[in-house]
Design a protein around this ligand. Structure first.
Ligand code: SF4
Length: 251
């Protein structure tokens, strides 16, 4: 059912959620900028309205994240300490052994986590790497946990292999707006990046996706990822440093 609701200056139209709260996945740039401009308390209220209409309001999901292959990434993302282009002093590691990863998942489950997320610092995985990650996913499913991985950009075939292994979620950020992208990353294009969530969705894996703010972008750039990939922006800052948006008053 399509609904239209007016929230102050922002009109929202979309499919009804569990209790009729609309969930939008087709934001236009001007609409996303309108949301950004809402007073904080209004924004919080609207976010709570959508959340409560679609989820148990007091349930907090518990996930544990493990870096299974750290550093040495050939990409030059300005915010990331794992890039070989930045002298961060980080020592690159090889892909962890499956037994060590499974042991970490068992500890996480014993501590109360229900989802186990594995991160590898790759531009994109080689097929032999994917063999090992698929084995890890299958083993962690046997532990009785949901699985999530973030491995960089995937081909359609690689996405299908992860689905066959039983992967539940794929994490893949789309970084920033099209206009600001080259200021943050030069070793790939935005189109390279946004192909992967599409491929992952097509094989039935759920997508965990966000953007990054605090990198010196304009306020308008913060609305960009919302429209690009139908996401909510997450907040992060690393080697690019956390900076106010351009045009904002600096103390
Ligand atoms: S692709 Fe990922 S791991 Fe590699 S530099 Fe960018 S953010 Fe870091």
């Amino acid at each position: 059912m399509l609904e239209r609701k007016s929230w102050g200056a922002v009109e929202v139209e979309g499919n009804s959620g569990r209790n009729g709260a609309p969930v939008r996945r087709d934001w236009e740039r001007a609409e996303a900028e309108g949301l950004y401009a809402l007073p904080f308390a209004d924004l919080l209220f609207h976010a709570q309205t959508v959340h409560r209409g679609n989820f148990d309001p007091n349930h907090v999901e518990t996930a544990s994240l493990l870096s299974i292959k750290t550093g040495g990434c050939p990409e030059d993302c300005a915010y990331c300490a794992q890039s070989v282009h930045h002298d961060t002093g980080l020592k690159a590691t090889r892909l962890m052994d499956r037994a060590d990863v499974v042991a970490a998942a068992q500890r996480a489950k014993a501590a109360g986590a229900t989802r186990f997320c594995m991160a590898a610092a790759w531009r994109s995985p080689k097929d032999r790497d994917l063999d090992q990650v698929c084995d890890m996913i299958a083993a962690i499913k046997r532990v009785g946990m949901e699985t999530c991985v973030t491995l960089g950009m995937l081909t359609p075939k690689q996405a299908a292999r992860l689905a066959d292994a039983g992967l539940d979620f794929y994490n893949h950020n789309v970084d920033t707006s099209p206009e600001f992208y080259r200021s943050i990353i030069t070793t790939r294009t935005l189109q390279d990046r946004i192909d992967t969530p599409t491929r992952v969705r097509e094989v039935g894996i759920k997508v965990c996706c966000g953007g990054i703010i605090g990198m010196g972008e304009h306020v308008e750039d913060r609305a960009g990822p919302v429209c690009l990939n139908r996401i909510s922006a997450s907040i992060s800052g690393a080697s690019a440093g956390v900076r106010p948006p351009r045009g904002a008053a600096e103390d």
